[in-house]
Design a protein around this ligand. Structure first.
Ligand SMILES: Nc1ncnc2c1ncn2[C@@H]1O[C@H](COP(=O)(O)OP(=O)(O)OP(=O)(O)O)[C@@H](O)[C@H]1O
Length: 388
């Protein structure tokens, strides 16, 4: 499977842009800030519904615009399919397949499997839990057809319950009556528990599915440098212990009610989940070296790749600006891995960062800029740089 054409409208820095790709390795080259990452990020968004760089749709849409469109032609087994996603700055995203009727974004998620490696990946191990939840959400979009709905439902209920808690906190401060809000809270708490338990179970299943490949791949990349493991650490820990955890979680909510009512926020629930990344049984973010954390992050992405590929289609691999950041041995590990894939899109800023990839096509990103004065200046600068 490979993407043969990518077309963007109003996506981040791009007004409009069309790129053609062949199978195998394509290198997108251009100076810093030209919009290379934006191009490959658009593929990631089309594939997984989200970007590793953004927690909402707003930054994906060109500043001042209301929506962006990402379109890709995908070649698979001699057939071409066009996937289109309209990303709204605010509001629901919509999709189309082969120019057909408008459908939900979830209807195209996972159709273009893709795994991105980026310099920010080390945060998957060293960063805060939000980075790991983002990874799980992307893994869910690629591996579990029902995951997106489950996550969206929870997000909706959490937002409603949070809004009600804010009202209750405000009423408490003002000394105003809050009977209606309290009966509403009981209903939203029930729904929060139900949606939260479903999301916790889905994330636990994903973590278990990735943990085996992650351990194998880490052992290989590190020459048996320790036993790596993933362990899901849910806020609703009761889900791991009980078949029917709802009553126990409800009691937990009763105990923390004074805190929630005073602060006006959801204090427990999957919005606080984490995945423990363990090396020899201890948390890597607290004990592992910088190099070990990098290798673990590579292993996590490769584990996701392997799990997706086991479903039958080899994902498109995106290597976003990784070569300037990695040492020789990790560069070699990534390149070895990329050499076997159907399609690899690589972004690099400097020609000296371009790895030895025989037969790679090179796209000069400056040449994609519109024929404005800015485009002409940036193209000239890029050409001068290339000539030097
Ligand atoms: N929503 C947006 N609207 C307009 N411009 C944006 C938006 N989001 C990001 N940009 C611009 O896109 C540019 C960055 O693009 P990108 O990250 O793709 O660069 P890059 O070529 O990958 O650079 P580097 O080599 O430094 O990683 C910045 O100039 C940034 O201001």
């Amino acid at each position: 499977m490979h993407i043969s054409r990518l077309a963007l409208d109003r996506y981040r820095s791009w007004d409009s842009c069309v790129l053609d790709f062949g199978p195998g390795v394509t290198i997108l080259q251009g100076r810093n800030g030209l919009g290379k990452t934006n191009l490959v990020e658009a593929v990631e968004v089309l594939a997984t519904g989200g970007s590793h760089r953004a927690s909402s749709s707003l930054p994906l849409v060109k500043r001042g615009e209301r929506s962006a469109v990402i379109r890709a032609n995908v070649e698979d087994d001699g057939r071409t399919t066009t996937y289109e996603l309209t990303v709204s700055a605010r509001g629901a995203n919509r999709a189309r397949i082969n120019g057909g009727r408008s459908v939900y974004m979830r209807d195209i998620l996972g159709r273009i499997p893709c795994v991105t490696f980026s310099p920010e990946d080390q945060r998957l191990v060293s960063g805060d839990p939000a980075a790991r939840r983002g990874f799980l959400n992307q893994a869910g979009a690629l591996l579990d057809r029902t995951y997106w709905d489950v996550a969206q439902r929870f997000a909706h209920v959490a937002q409603q319950r949070g809004a009600l808690l804010r009202q209750i906190a405000q009423a408490g401060r003002n000394g105003t009556p809050m009977d209606a809000a309290l009966s509403g809270l009981e209903i939203w708490t029930g729904q929060f528990i139900e949606a939260g338990v479903a999301l916790t179970r889905a994330r636990k299943a994903l973590t278990d599915r990735l943990s085996g490949p992650f351990a194998d791949i880490y052992a290989r990349l590190s020459n048996n440098g320790g036993e790596a493991r993933l362990e899901y650490a849910p806020s609703f820990a009761e889900v791991l212990e009980l078949d029917a955890p709802e009553m126990e979680i409800s009691r937990h909510f009763q105990r923390i009610y004074p805190g929630e009512a005073a602060r006006g926020v959801n204090l427990i629930g999957p919005q606080r989940d984490d995945v423990s990344v363990l090396l020899d049984g201890v948390p890597a973010r607290e004990y592992a070296s910088n190099g070990e954390m990098w290798t673990m992050a590579l292993a996590l992405r490769m584990a996701l790749f392997r799990a997706v590929a086991e479903q039958g289609t080899r994902p498109v691999v995106i290597l976003d600006d990784v070569f300037a950041q990695l040492d020789e041995s990790r560069r070699a590990q990534i390149l070895d891995f990329a050499a076997d894939q159907d399609q690899v899109l690589i972004t690099v800023a400097a020609a000296s960062d371009i790895p030895e990839a025989s037969g790679a096509a090179v796209i000069d990103v400056a040449s994609l800029l519109p024929d404005t004065q800015e485009g002409a200046v940036q193209r000239d600068t890029a050409q001068e740089g290339a000539a030097r």
